[in-house]
Design a protein around this ligand. Structure first.
Ligand code: SF4
Length: 685
């Protein structure tokens, strides 16, 4: 076992919480594209064609490789598909494509043993490979539990032997939604259960002296996924293992939601130096996934060298040495405890959203439309959308119209001081301004500062009362870690002041250098970067508000990115969530069209989580995170779920959406689209 490269300390999940440092894993050979060690973080995806459609699969694979995929996964539900992988591989090689292929296996050891002789890697799901799954609540005694492991060992050994003989790699891919009865009985569907599910198979592989392994811990909930990967690393290190990590958020959905959710999960782990390959799962064409994965990974290729350079040039960015606080566990969610700043922010209130409108046209009330306040010139009033920002920063600019009462205005201190009417207006100070003997607001005072300021004399003399809220900014390249270190330090000092986390994104140099960047490209970059930087803090319970600055992008993009991040981290729900699979060769209906159809009729059901799955390969456990499920169960057959319970089985797809809506209505969870949106309903909790 190559343990030389394992740097993570026992009880920890990454090399450093303050410096960018990649967790160096053992190198695994997958065809001629090795993974792990010091190799680049690899990009991969999965085909959506029927595996028996050789030409279709070959052509889709080529499109994926041309888009940047370094490995391509193809489903092999039975022996005949496994055998057809040979023909697919032959045709790809004949066309000059040497991309390593990965066979995706679920229930069929015999298909896996065929595929492992053909392709470069097989993926097995320990939750349903040679394992019993009746979704029963069974209490296993220690003897019964061990008996199950012995039985699995017997079934799993032939595959490991084939992989050893043919030099085939294997991914042990745990899925939150498909844990075995045995694991569920002992650990529940927890990150610990996910880790143990993989570890059992990893220990069996090592017992057979087979080490060509890659591990994944996927969930559609980024919080669970992040916790599971962290716990996996800690557990591996404790057992002297350092296998490469395949990162992915499963069933992330499509469009903006899919990108944000993926970035929150994958980006959070990449920030901590974890991850050797990335697969972004979108309910879109598979060739759309690689560019998203490439953009996520690109930030880390030079991160270490660039951070060092920045620190050498700008001493004030020096990260201070901190340890995570005793009360903070990276393996479970706990919101940082803060006081409630006079009912505006902090405490038990949902995280607030701040945007900067100071450079917009403040003569026109319609400027607020994209901030979620829809102005009607006819009625001369505003209606609030579900995603309406809480604070607008106006710097030193005064609007020439009356803003809605629910929207709080933030002004630079000196401008605020001169306002004749300060109703709904609050000051934003620098640290130096705030500690000077000045007029402060009795209700809410925001103070901008950088993480390193916490060690300054000025910070030590800051007057503390319930009106104070900090706005934490950073220019550091490894800014998330710097901001996180600030939270650890706050806890060490026993300070419960609410904090708004602010990040700024300026893409100017890139757009000037390369005019091919469109607004759509920059929007995608913003979604991925901000979701990583802010999401990584929110999944750990840090942050009472977020403030995203991106001067080149429209206000609407910033607003919806901010609310998307809060939704993906489950810290503030403002819309319906769709947990839709990316589709694959098992898919029983058109995922993209169906998802759009379901979205068009249910997107106003704020807070509901609807699962849309092409098949039930992972069983009803897949629905654990969804309120309702729409699942392919046969040709033109749909089964509808309420949670994990199948409530309508094998109904025609023509009626399925109407039936789903009827179930939602019967449960009292439906609201009519015509319901007028609330006007000035107050800051929502
Ligand atoms: S749930 Fe979707 S992606 Fe997963 S196996 Fe079924 S069809 Fe394929």
């Amino acid at each position: 076992m190559n343990t030389d490269a394992v740097k993570v300390l026992p009880g920890r999940y990454c090399n450093s919480l303050t410096e960018y440092s990649r967790f160096i894993t053992r190198e695994v050979n997958i065809g001629d594209v090795p993974m792990g060690g010091n190799n680049p973080i690899r990009i991969q995806s999965m085909t959506t064609t029927d595996t028996m459609d050789t030409i279709g699969t070959v052509e889709q694979t080529i499109r994926m490789v041309d888009a940047g995929c370094e490995y391509v996964r193809i489903t092999a539900p039975s022996i005949k598909e496994a055998q057809n992988l040979a023909e697919i591989k032959k045709q790809l090689r004949a066309r000059g494509y040497t991309v390593p292929l990965v066979a995706d296996i679920h229930f069929t050891p015999n298909a896996a043993e065929v595929a492992a002789r053909i392709v470069e890697k097989v993926r097995v799901n320990p939750g349903n490979y040679a394992d019993k799954k009746k979704f029963d609540q069974i209490d296993y005694t220690d003897v019964e539990y061990q008996g199950e492991l012995d039985r699995i060992f017997q079934k799993f050994t032939p595959l490991v032997k084939v992989c050893k003989e043919y030099g085939t790699a294997m991914r042990i891919g745990t899925n939150h939604g498909s844990l075995s009865d045995r694991i569920m009985s002992r650990y529940g569907d927890t990150p610990q259960g996910m880790v143990e599910s993989a570890m059992e198979f990893m220990r069996m592989c090592e017992q057979l002296n087979y080490y060509n392994l890659v591990i994944s811990m996927k969930s559609s909930n980024p919080q669970v996924m992040v916790q599971a990967y962290r716990l996996l690393v800690e557990t591996m290190v404790a057992e002297g293992m350092n296998y490469p990590l395949h990162l992915g958020v499963t069933e992330a959905g499509d469009g903006e939601d899919g990108r944000i959710k993926s970035a929150v999960g994958i980006g959070t782990l990449l920030e901590d130096g974890l991850g050797d390959t990335v697969r972004v799962s979108l309910t879109e064409e598979p060739e759309a996934e690689a560019p998203v994965a490439i953009e996520l990974v690109r930030r880390y290729t030079e991160r270490k060298a660039e951070s060092e350079k920045q620190k050498a040039e700008e001493k004030e960015l020096l990260a201070f040495s901190v340890q995570p606080s005793a009360s903070h566990s990276p393996y479970e969610y706990k919101k940082r405890e803060t006081y409630e700043a006079n009912a505006f922010i902090g405490g038990h209130l949902v995280p607030r959203v701040v945007i900067d409108l100071s450079k917009k046209n403040l003569k026109d009330p319609a400027v607020l439309n994209e901030a979620g306040y829809l102005y009607s010139p006819l009625l001369d009033k505003y209606n609030m959308a579900e995603a309406s920002v809480d604070f607008v920063y106006l710097a030193d600019e005064l609007p020439s119209f009356v803003l809605p009462g629910n929207l709080k205005q933030l002004y630079n201190y000196n401008t605020w001081l001169k306002l004749a009417d300060k109703t709904n207006c609050h000051p934003v100070f620098t640290l130096q301004e705030y500690i000077a003997d000045v007029d402060r607001s009795s209700k809410l005072n925001l103070v901008r500062l950088q993480p390193a300021d916490i060690d300054s004399e000025a910070f030590g003399s800051i007057p503390l009362d319930n009106s104070l809220v900090l706005v934490l900014e950073t220019e550091a390249l490894h800014g998330m870690a710097e901001q996180r270190a600030f939270f650890f330090k706050m806890e060490e000092l026993g300070l419960d002041v609410p904090v708004i986390v602010k990040r700024s994104y300026v893409f100017d140099s890139e757009t000037e250098a390369d005019p091919k960047y469109s607004i759509a490209d920059l929007t995608s970059k913003l979604q991925l970067y901000a979701s990583t930087d802010l999401g990584a803090l929110l999944v750990d319970g840090f942050g009472d508000g977020i403030w995203i600055d991106a001067p080149e992008l429209p206000t609407g993009v910033i607003t919806s990115t901010a609310f998307g991040i809060l939704q993906a981290t489950r810290s503030r729900i403002s819309k319906t969530e769709y947990i839709s699979c990316p589709s694959c060769g098992r898919t029983l209906f058109d995922l993209m069209i169906t998802t759009q159809m379901i979205r068009s009729r249910t997107s106003h059901l704020k807070g509901l989580k609807i699962g849309i799955m092409g098949c039930i390969v992972n069983g009803p456990g897949e629905m654990a995170d969804a309120d309702y499920g729409y699942v392919g169960s046969g040709t033109d057959k749909i089964t509808l779920y309420r949670g994990k319970e199948a409530v309508k089985k094998n109904i025609s797809s023509a009626n399925a959406l109407d039936e789903l809506i009827n179930i939602i209505k019967a449960d009292g969870n439906w609201i009519d689209l015509e319901t007028p949106e609330s006007e000035f309903s107050g800051l929502k909790n």
